[in-house]
Ligand binder design. Structure first.
Ligand code: COA
Ligand code: ZN
Length: 302
């Protein structure tokens, strides 16, 4: 049976953009519930400047507080060596570094050019190699930049190759503002194939315009087997005006279930994990599949 891996980014990419302050205990229970649902890769938090992202200022307490489940990788986003140090002390199993394919977005997000962002990663790669900690890479604005418009697929593929050459195990290509459509995804993945890196890229689609499931399927058909998603479709991006949340984990689990492709994740358990966050966020969460699932449960009296 064909398998795909879903990387849960709700506790990081999701919560970093939620306005309501979520108590640390609720974040910990959210992560534990997601692991309980069968998710095996969870980006739990970020070790970034608390001034830039106050929502994730409790990253150490979150990572240390999780009752860890065997076989689950708990990773953390780090922008620089300072972040790496803190993530290591808190016991992150993996770290993720991030850059963007457009200069303006990088400046707004991390106050650095693309070149400067690589310079900041070098010590992270060195330290991680010495410690045996795997590193994941992100390239944001991989298709459209909110400030500069369309991005050349060639540029994205070559940045991803650079990250892989430096030591990333995988590079996640982000449609940060959720404007991409399947032909864009195919063009980007053609460029990755030409670079010889297609088997090491992941899809990271935001659902701002409702295209994320279509984009996921296009990427799957092109050969991608790892996708990022956020339970409840939480989030957005504080540095990308108008960006909606990540594609809901529930939507991808339901899609792959319907296609007979294994994720190892229980849809109902993800729906419950996301629903438990609603009181903290002060709003209803969940994508289309969560609504359909809840409606079916009501019909069945469950
Ligand atoms: N963790 C915590 N604090 C950090 C840090 C880290 N990894 N890296 C830097 N800082 C602190 C510094 O100590 C300094 O604090 P101070 O003002 O109290 O002295 C402040 O952040 C600025 O540090 P500096 O090295 O000058 O960095 P900067 O202003 O160029 O900011 C980043 C760079 C990357 C640290 C910052 O922009 C950031 O954390 N951005 C978050 C981006 C993000 O997560 N975006 C969403 C994901 S795509
Ligand atoms: Zn994202």
């Amino acid at each position: 049976m064909t398998e795909v891996t879903l990387v849960e980014v709700g506790p990081r990419d999701g919560l970093q953009n939620e306005k309501a302050p979520v108590p640390t205990g609720a974040k910990i229970r959210f992560i534990e519930a997601l692991a309980g649902a069968g998710i095996r890769r969870i980006e739990a938090t970020a070790f970034v400047s608390p001034k830039a992202i106050p929502q994730l200022a409790d990253s150490t307490a979150v990572l240390l507080g999780i009752a860890r489940k065997e076989g689950v990788t708990y990773s953390a986003l780090v922008p620089n060596e300072k972040g790496y140090d803190a993530a290591k002390v808190a016991g992150a199993d993996e770290v993720a570094v991030f850059t963007a394919a457009s200069e303006t977005f990088n400046q707004r997000n991390i106050h650095a050019s693309i070149e400067e962002s690589f310079a900041r990663f070098l010590p992270v790669f060195e330290r991680a190699r010495a410690d045996g900690v795997p590193v994941r890479g992100y390239v944001s604005t991989a298709i459209v930049c909110p400030y500069e418009g369309r991005v050349e697929p060639r540029i994205v593929a070559s940045l991803a190759r650079r990250l892989l050459d430096l030591g990333c195990r995988e590079v996640s290509l982000g449609d940060t503002i959720g404007k991409a459509v399947p032909p864009d995804v195919r063009r980007l993945l053609d460029a990755c194939r030409a670079e010889g890196i297609l088997d090491r890229v992941a899809g990271h689609f935001h659902d701002t315009w409702g295209f994320a499931v279509a984009n996921t399927l296009a990427a799957f058909e092109a050969g991608v087997r790892v996708f990022d998603a956020s339970a409840g479709g939480l989030g957005g991006c504080p540095f990308a005006p108008g960006a909606g949340g990540n594609v809901a984990t529930e939507d991808l689990v339901a899609l792959f279930d319907a296609l007979g492709i294994r994720t190892g994740i229980d849809l109902g358990a993800v729906v419950s994990a996301a629903s438990a966050m609603e009181t903290h966020l002060g709003r209803a969460v969940g994508g289309r599949a969560a609504q359909a699932y809840k409606a079916a449960c009501t019909r069945n009296g469950g």
